[in-house]
Design a protein around this ligand. Structure first.
Ligand code: PGA
Length: 252
């Protein structure tokens, strides 16, 4: 069954104390079990400490922001899917546009990350999205389709069912310029059609497609009300307990 998910991507922000304080505040504000999984994508050094805090609360989950595309070995400074799983990580962001842009991650590497994450029992949140020039040219649907085909469509159905997709138009990330509800719905519907063509309607209906890019407490309710928007991947607004909990509460 399709579920709404809200995931907070802290990126490279917060000290350990600040991060734990944020999680504590969010948990305190959300006394009821949320309508869908709430995921904290925290920096690697905080995974274990946050895992401990979340273990006692149903509906809250731990994510890493990246994993390496090799299983193990001489890759100084990198972190493997196996390592993440071994400290209690449940989800992992793969293919965030900042990773693609600043670390030159390729679709081929992303496909390998997806494979390793799944093999180690992690649930990938796979990010896709177009730059502004592509949006202005009107070729955004084809651009995103290419990203998904290249990194995900080699999977068997049972594995594909474990993937959540996050559509994040690059021009909307951290810019305060959110996609309109129509723009988000158009792309999310197109992604669902694409998944349906490859894996069939039942898989497509069950796939969670999150929106990301300047999603905040004000616009989340309208975005999440769109028939094909199943929650959000939240950057800036996930760093404040009040904002993040308001976004979690926009799930229904
Ligand atoms: P933003 O980031 O909410 O700050 O735009 C979203 C993301 O990059 O995941």
């Amino acid at each position: 069954m399709r579920q709404q998910i809200v995931a907070g991507n802290w990126k490279m922000n917060k000290t350990l104390d600040e991060g734990l304080e944020l999680v504590k505040n969010v948990l305190e504000r959300l006394e009821q079990r949320p309508h869908g999984p709430v995921v904290f994508a925290v920096p690697h050094p905080y995974l274990q400490a946050v895992a401990k805090m979340l273990k006692v609360r149903k509906g809250f989950h731990l994510a890493a922001q990246n994993c390496h595309h090799e299983e193990k070995g001489a890759f100084t400074g990198e972190v493997s899917a196996d390592m993440l799983a071994s400290v209690g990580t449940e989800y992992v962001l793969i293919g965030h546009s900042e990773r693609r842009q600043y670390f030159k991650e390729t679709n081929e590497q992303l496909a390998r990350k997806v494979n390793l994450a799944l093999a180690k029992g992690l649930l990938p949140i796979f990010c896709c999205g177009e730059p502004l020039a592509i949006r202005e040219r009107g070729t955004h649907v084809g651009y995103v389709a290419k990203q998904l085909k290249a990194a995900l469509f080699h999977l068997h159905e049972a594995d594909f069912r474990k993937i959540a997709i996050a559509y994040e138009p690059i021009w909307a990330i951290g810019t305060g310029r959110t996609a309109s509800t129509e723009q988000a719905q158009e792309m999310h519907a197109a992604i669902r059609v694409l998944v349906s063509k490859k894996y069939g309607k039942s898989v497509a209906d069950d796939t969670s497609i999150l929106y990301g890019g300047s999603c905040n407490a004000q616009n989340a309710p309208d975005l999440f009300r769109q028939p094909d928007v199943d929650g959000g991947l939240i950057g800036g607004a996930s760093l404040k307990a009040e904002d993040f909990t308001a976004i979690v509460n926009a799930m229904k």
